[in-house]
Write a protein that binds this ligand. Structure first.
Ligand SMILES: *Cc1c(COP(=O)(O)O)cnc(C)c1O
Length: 398
């Protein structure tokens, strides 16, 4: 008989309560599965919670990045820059719009796009006439990027800032929740491994009314029925009448998803506190190991609260220390489903075929070689966390 692993602990998973289940069943019974009242309710609750004017719900964060890039001007002949230490969707969105993609290397401490590297790259791009139209900072693992510094560069060089806050629902920067305070638009993901879930789902937030309007058009076929926007009036036509203004998509969220999102949003603070408690314990229990633990601050000068989507450690090479691949394999063999975030995007075969090479973004590449995400989700129990730590102490010995 095959040996079963000792444990069954994922790196992340959703929390679903009875209240979530009744919220979804209520929609099933209501007759409105999509394009009903629950999506606008979720949008409005999300916007209010984040203190932002507009929230536009879509099918997933990848769709959100796509229409946000389009609405912010990504197009053929334009450049979009992002972090190589992210999921491929952070870069793919620019290519969907026909724009060109480039990357900005990370800060080895925060693992976020480095503001110094960004500033240097902008000086160079100004000389060569290749300044970006959109920059997409990614709040890796939920730790906010240094948004003051990025905003200052955006104002100086005239690019739009689209934050990929897929990891950062509930994170805050200088006392305010992440969501369009220092940026032009923000994107959130509600995939089950993220902070709150709608099964699949995403949201764009913005303070800019025109941008929100454009996002709503792009989300639903580029079609509108709003009387003020029509070329012909209802009087000349009929109540059936609509107009297509731009080439849009069907990126609509369903009311079933929105009901789950609303229910989850209601306990965001509780979910956040559970993650923070786990972080406190990991920080304490892992201090004496040959691991580099995640930092809590975007820079020495700014204050933030991470959403703690991930708890990513770096296995520091040294005498008596197993390498990352070995530690990873041993943890998995015990049924502890550690993961690696992220393989640098520019090293994917697809991006190499577009001319990217190893060595171009050395900090992201060095981080990748040592990185490992250990289990982090609100329902991870104290006993399970103790098992993770115990197995990690064993796995790390050469
Ligand atoms: C998960 C994720 C996405 C994509 O989110 P989906 O909702 O699955 O489309 C984009 N960017 C980052 C950084 C992510 O982690």
């Amino acid at each position: 008989m095959k040996n079963l692993p000792m444990h069954d602990i994922p790196y992340s998973t959703q929390q679903i309560t009875d209240a979530d289940i009744s919220a979804v069943s209520d929609v099933l019974r209501s007759g409105w599965l999509t394009q009903g009242p629950t999506v606008p309710r979720f949008e409005s609750a999300f916007a209010t919670h984040h203190g932002v004017a507009h929230a536009v719900a879509v099918t997933n964060a990848t769709a959100a990045l796509h229409i946000a890039c389009l609405a912010l001007g990504a197009a053929p002949g334009k450049w979009v820059w992002t972090s190589p230490n992210s999921f491929v969707a952070s870069a793919n969105c620019a290519l969907y719009c026909g724009a060109d993609v480039d990357f900005v290397d990370i800060d080895p401490v925060t693992r976020n796009l480095s503001v110094e590297a960004l500033a240097r790259k902008l000086v160079h791009a100004e000389h060569t006439g290749t300044l970006p139209t959109v920059v997409i900072p990614v709040h890796f693992a939920g730790l906010p990027c240094d948004l003051f510094a990025i905003r200052a560069l955006a104002d100086r060089y005239g690019f739009k800032v689209l934050e990929d806050a897929s990891h950062a629902t509930g994170a805050s920067y200088e006392g305010a929740l992440i969501g369009s305070r220092y940026v032009d638009a923000s994107v959130f993901s509600f995939h089950p491994v993220k902070i709150i879930t709608t099964g699949e789902g995403g949201m764009v937030t913005t303070q800019d009314e025109q941008l929100a309007h454009r996002l709503r058009l792009l989300r639903s076929h580029g079609v509108t029925r709003e009387a003020a926007l029509l070329e012909l009036s209802d009087a000349q036509t009929g109540a059936w009448y609509y107009e297509q203004k731009v080439l849009g998509f069907n990126y609509r969220m369903t009311d079933l998803q929105a009901a789950l999102g609303l229910s989850q949003l209601g306990r965001m603070d509780e979910l956040h506190r559970a993650r923070e408690n786990l972080v406190r314990r990991y920080d304490e229990l892992l201090t004496d190991l040959p691991l580099r633990l995640p930092t809590h601050q975007p820079s020495p000068l700014t204050r933030a609260r991470s959403a703690w989507h991930l708890y990513a450690v770096e296995v520091e090479p040294g005498p008596g220390v197993a390498d990352r691949a070995t530690v990873f394999a041993r943890m998995r063999a015990q049924g502890i489903m550690v993961n690696v975030h992220y393989q640098p995007i520019h090293l994917q075969p697809f991006y190499r075929a577009r001319g990217f090479e190893p060595g171009q973004f050395p900090a992201a590449e060095a981080y990748y070689r040592r990185a490992m995400s250990i289990p982090m989700y609100p329902d991870l129990s104290g006993a399970e966390q103790a098992i993770v730590v115990r197995e990690l102490i064993l796995a790390i010995q050469a």
